[in-house]
Design a protein around this ligand. Structure first.
Ligand code: NAD
Length: 486
């Protein structure tokens, strides 16, 4: 074996995976664990050379992968899903060490979902069908043809889940893939390559380029022979990726940041609403969909606030490998300081931190206290900019109209959460919210058949179910004139 690291007892190759071979790097980068900021691996640092080599390997493998039958592709995807399921414990342990997410959540829900991503798109591929239709005796037949090489670039907050939610449909559609995982949590992507190889995925169909975003990522999205770019990350990087894709007219799907509203009406089940409001601190606030702007009807504002603080201070912060931990660390020192910058500026604006408001000094390291701001001045940036940390704001509203106005008052539109006991109100309000997903009296119920994506700056495009195939495939209509029979 080439360069590797042992992480939580699991051997992980730290090299690239290009054309079915591990490729070493003369100049690796440091991968630190957010749990204790210790060095866990030196990881290959790719650039233009590796990006071009991976795209060339994917291109070479494309023709034969595209020619496999949907049944064959589905079989291999199911085998990859099974391989993931067989290694859930290892994947969970490595991911937690690498990105600081809760081990129990990785083991019990996130890694099983990774396996499900493969099973779902394998099954969906076999259901892909649009009935033929006629135009003046002409037959129209729609097909989803493999498009070519797809580049998949993902962030660190749920690295393997987000990577597989993009690459499973790409592989199912008959594309070959180059994956660039986040430099702050690059390891599980490497394990996935082992799993895919063991499942019988031919060499070159899935390639991995490790490295820094501005180097490896930028080189991949600038490559003119790439046919699809699926990017998940921040709005700022999304704009760069979109511009690079535009220069080559490469179709791009962007899943970006959010600042989602969480609206609770006075007629809501307050127990449930408060429980889910506290859940917005999940993954130490590092969740794109999180409803970080709590909007609560004035009649129940005081009660909601009291209950929220009571539940919030009871959250247990600590090592994400401990089963009792609710909140782990932030991903890196730089990100931790960025979050603190937001909190200190909000205080300077006059916002009042009724909970948290700074680092957890008892724990030290990268542990930031779950923070709740009230009395936030209208123009404070904390109401409109994504913090991507354990920081919520709470604002009162009088009625529906004001709730919708406040909810829509950002440049984002990823998700919205509405708690109400009135079904008609739920319909009215949902219809007016600018969001790719609205959850009513629930949160984070995800079905891969549903479209997923963001409005406004939260992204471009929708994936999930048939929407994924529409993006990763070249959708074609063949219109055939009637055959003359004599
Ligand atoms: P980021 O934009 O910094 O990085 C994302 C990925 O892009 C990384 O792999 C990085 O290496 C790469 N990258 C960086 N610069 C690049 C460039 N110039 N060209 C190509 N690739 C480049 O984001 P992050 O900090 O890793 O992730 C957090 C952000 O992701 C938040 O804004 C969060 O809301 C968002 N996010 C969105 C979703 C969604 O589904 N909408 C899901 C998770 C996270």
């Amino acid at each position: 074996m080439g360069a590797s690291a042992i992480v939580e007892g699991v051997p992980v190759s730290t090299e690239h995976w290009i054309g079915g071979e591990r490729v070493a790097s003369p100049d690796p980068f440091e991968d630190l664990s957010p749990i204790d900021e210790s060095l866990i691996a030196m990881v290959a640092r790719g650039g233009r050379r590796e990006a071009d080599a991976a795209v060339a390997a994917a291109r070479k493998a494309f023709a034969s992968w595209a020619a496999t039958s949907p049944e064959e592709r589905a079989k291999i995807l199911h085998a990859i899903g099974g391989g993931v399921e067989g290694r859930v414990a290892e994947l969970a342990a490595v991911e937690t060490r690498d990105n600081g997410s809760l081990l129990r959540s990785m083991r019990d829900s996130v890694m099983p979902r990774v396996g499900h991503n493969f099973h779902f798109f394998a099954d969906r591929l076999l259901q892909l069908h649009e009935p033929d239709f006629e135009t003046r005796g002409h037959r129209n037949r729609v097909t989803w043809d493999p498009a070519g090489v797809a580049v998949v670039i993902t962030p660190w907050n749920a690295p393997l889940m987000l990577a597989t939610w993009r690459l499973a449909p790409a592989l199912a559609a008959g594309d070959t893939v180059v994956l660039k995982p986040p430099e702050w949590a690059p390891l599980t992507a490497s394990l996935l390559c082992d799993i895919a190889r063991d499942a019988g995925l031919p060499d070159g169909v899935l390639n991995l380029v490790q490295g820094i975003g501005e180097e490896a990522g930028a080189a991949l999205v600038a490559n003119p022979s790439v046919d699809r770019i699926a990017f998940t990350g921040s709005v700022e990087t999304g704009k760069l990726v979109g511009a690079a894709a535009g220069a080559n007219l490469t179709p791009v799907s962007l899943e970006l940041g959010g600042k989602s509203p969480f609206i609770a009406f006075a007629d809501a089940d307050l127990d449930e609403a408060v429980k889910q409001a506290v859940n917005q601190y999940d993954n130490a606030g590092q969740v794109c969909l999180a409803g970080t702007r709590l909007l609560v009807q004035r009649d129940v504002y005081d009660e909601f606030l009291d209950r929220l603080v009571e539940a919030g201070v009871a959250l247990k912060q600590g090592d994400p490998r401990d089963e009792g931990t609710d909140l782990g660390p932030q991903i890196t020192r730089g990100h931790f300081e960025r979050i603190d910058g937001f909190v200190q500026r909000a205080k300077a604006d006059g916002a009042k931190a009724v909970m948290g408001g700074g680092p957890n000094e008892e724990l030290g390291g990268l542990y930031y206290r779950p923070t709740l701001f009230v009395d936030v001045p209208e123009r404070s940036e904390i109401l409109t900019k994504e913090v991507f940390g354990p920081v919520l704001t709470l604002q009162p509203f009088a009625g529906e109209e004001e709730a919708v106005e406040l909810a829509n008052a950002t440049a984002y539109g990823l998700a919205a959460i509405v708690y109400t006991g009135d079904a008609e109100r739920a319909e009215r309000v949902s219809a007016q919210l600018v969001a790719g997903t609205v959850w009513v009296n629930c949160f984070y119920v995800r079905d891969l058949r549903a479209p997923f994506g963001g409005a406004r700056n939260s992204g471009i495009g929708r994936e999930g179910g048939a929407w994924s195939f529409d993006f990763y495939a070249d959708v074609k209509n063949v219109c055939t004139a009637p055959w003359e029979r004599s």
